[in-house]
Write a protein of this length. Structure first.
Length: 291
């Protein structure tokens, strides 16, 4: 299938890209890796009059660390995230999400910003980012705003991104000592799989053997948007980790899920897997928090 006709723009700075998006209006779409946009254009699902390529903007391609935490440029590709020793060491759940996304070809093209902005319920980046408490920076001409990633999604393929805005940066605070996180996706194939269910868990301990002071659990592919399992989180906080506690939290996570029946799996099966993956990610997060 051929792409429809469009005008191509290649700005070199973020401010230039924002000005272009403002000038071109709703007929313009930003282009990152193209694994979503170009496919949909070939299928004639969307027909933008202008495509603004972001790949020459150096300020949105890098990973930065300071005393407060981490900044990931939205144009970082998934392969670089999966292969980053810093991310693997400090943000292992994010590394796990990136490593399991698509194929090597897709990981070398797809970007973290594109995976977020596509707002697919089964996307791999949102759940680990949600449990790390990530915020995303949205830029438009003359202004910017920060939004908690869990508030960004409004429905399948829908977000708070306004016309003319560009998702430029993902900000994650340094995880506290005695904390850990994990991400697991489940599908029917070993590779090139869209999640049937995914789960990420984060816990922070008072001490290596102490109570849980903070917990976040995020679920993917079991609702119209990636979602927090807040009932499960409430079970954990203030308690000392144990197998029985994690089992109760996993049961609670099932009540937070809103799965549907489709050709890849039934709602009942997805609920069963929510319980399994929640328990497993909590166990892995505890192991990391205790060391």
């Amino acid at each position: 299938m051929l792409l429809p006709k469009f005008e191509y723009h290649e700005p070199g700075r973020l401010s230039e890209a924002c000005a272009l998006m403002a000038e071109l209006g709703e007929g313009a779409r930003p282009l990152a890796g193209g694994t979503d946009l170009l496919v949909n254009m070939k299928k004639n699902l969307i027909k933008p009059r202008h495509v603004v390529y972001l790949g020459r903007i150096k300020e949105i391609t890098s990973l930065k660390q300071d005393s407060k935490g981490f900044s990931l440029g939205s144009f970082m590709n998934i392969a670089d995230i999966a292969g980053s020793p810093l991310i693997s060491d400090k943000l292992p759940a994010l590394s796990e999400g990136a490593a399991g996304l698509g194929s090597p070809l897709v990981r070398n093209l797809a970007t973290i910003g594109g995976n977020i902005a596509s707002a697919r319920p089964a996307a791999d980046m949102p759940p680990p980012l949600m449990v790390y408490g990530a915020r995303i920076k949205l830029n438009r001409k003359g202004r910017s705003r920060l939004i908690a990633i869990e508030e960004f999604f409004t429905g399948p393929g829908k977000t708070l991104l306004k016309a003319g805005e560009i998702l430029s940066e993902i900000i994650i605070d340094e995880p506290p000592v005695f904390s850990g996180a994990s991400y697991i996706k489940f599908g029917m194939r070993r590779a090139l799989e869209i999640s049937l269910v995914s789960a990420a868990s984060f816990i922070s301990l008072e001490s290596p053997e102490g109570i849980i002071t903070k917990a976040r659990i995020a679920l993917g592919a079991v609702g119209p948007v990636p979602l927090r399992a807040r009932s499960a989180e409430a079970v954990l906080v203030g308690e000392k980790p144990s197998a029985s506690l994690f089992e109760r939290a996993a049961d609670a996570a099932v009540t937070d899920a809103r799965p549907i029946d489709d050709f890849r799996g039934s709602a009942e099966y997805r609920r069963d897997m929510v319980k399994v993956l929640t328990r497993r990610t909590l166990e892995a997060a505890l192991k990391r928090a205790s060391h």
